[in-house]
Design a protein. Structure first.
Length: 319
């Protein structure tokens, strides 16, 4: 199986060499790595060019695109470039982590247990570390209290896929592109498509050191449920904005599915119900939650899911 690593960079000079070195130190040596820089003003590009000269497996992607300004669109361009290679499998890579030396080898062995001709995404656990690589938690999944076995209905409302800890088949990228503007992040979008029409598989091993520092775009914050009271309409709108974004993303996925005959699935009724939440009455919302299981695993998140459903109104975001 031919492997292509997709590495997105932006002002990453502080930790980039450590990441590139960890790729070079992989026990499995047959891979290629495409790197796209999104307009860095630090020394990132010089570092990348240095490694490209050092090892032919590294390639700096030079295109005529303007800086995208976000990881989702940077990775979308990398995925398009990846499809121009003959790779069967694509690994997503951030600029500031450190890969365990057996990451590619173990993931490659896992892919061989599955049908790689189909839409498939495999993701794994991460060791959470500080900027000096000192461990904060041996498991990102435990650190964030993620229900890793959640099905498609629960994935609609909360992402379980960490991009830098995931890899997917060519087929998944082919049917996932283009990534719509409504997609929250590329990893959430790919996870949804894989769960909807293919296979989303979790490998219970921590295969990267997930570095936390001041410039993390998202990062790993300990999970907590905020039970503070809503004191104003403005605060309500702000609190419900992430929920609103998941609905827009589900509507975009439904639109993509309706355009693509390949994307047939038993999950379509679930997706349609989630996408139609804005037009539902409170009684209809209750029936949808109970029928399709949109609430999360523990009782606190179940309660907050019900509250979000009942307090949400799309008119807040159409003013």
């Amino acid at each position: 199986m031919k492997i292509c690593i997709l590495l997105a960079t932006y002002n990453g000079e502080q930790f980039l060499k450590a990441q590139l070195n960890s790729i070079l130190q992989q026990s499995k040596k047959s891979w290629e790595c495409i790197i796209r820089d999104d307009g860095s003003i630090d020394d990132s590009v010089s570092i990348i060019k240095e490694y490209c000269k050092k090892d032919f497996r590294f390639t700096l992607l030079l295109d005529d695109k303007e800086p995208q300004g976000n990881a989702k669109d940077n990775f979308a361009l990398l995925m398009e470039a990846g499809l121009n290679t003959d790779a069967d499998c694509f690994f997503f890579c951030d600029q500031d982590d450190v890969w365990m030396t057996n990451k590619i080898e173990l993931m490659d062995l896992e892919f061989k247990k599955h049908d790689t001709r189909q839409p498939l995404l495999i993701h794994h656990d991460l060791e959470v570390v500080n900027q000096d690589l000192i461990q904060l938690s041996p498991s990102f999944i435990q650190f964030r209290c993620i229900d890793i076995n959640a099905d498609f209905s629960k994935l609609l409302g909360r992402n379980r896929v960490t991009g830098c800890a995931s890899a997917c088949t060519r087929k998944l990228i082919e049917i996932s592109l283009p990534i719509p503007s409504e997609a929250i992040m590329h990893d959430h979008w790919l996870g949804l498509v894989a769960s909807y029409v293919g296979e989303l598989y979790f490998l219970d091993k921590s295969l990267i050191k997930y570095r936390q520092h001041d410039n993390n775009v998202i990062g790993a914050k300990p999970f907590k449920v905020n039970l503070s009271l809503i004191t104003s309409k403005e605060r309500l709108i702000k609190r419900l904005l992430p929920f609103h974004k998941t609905i827009l993303q589900s509507q975009a996925l439904l639109h993509s599915i309706n355009r693509n005959e390949y994307l047939k699935s038993v999950n379509k009724a679930t997706l349609q119900a989630y996408a139609q939440i804005p037009s539902m009455t409170k009684i209809q919302k209750t029936r949808a939650i109970l029928r399709f299981g949109f609430f999360q695993k523990n009782w606190l998140t179940k309660a907050t899911t019900f509250i979000k459903f009942f307090m949400y109104s799309s008119k807040y975001y159409n003013d």
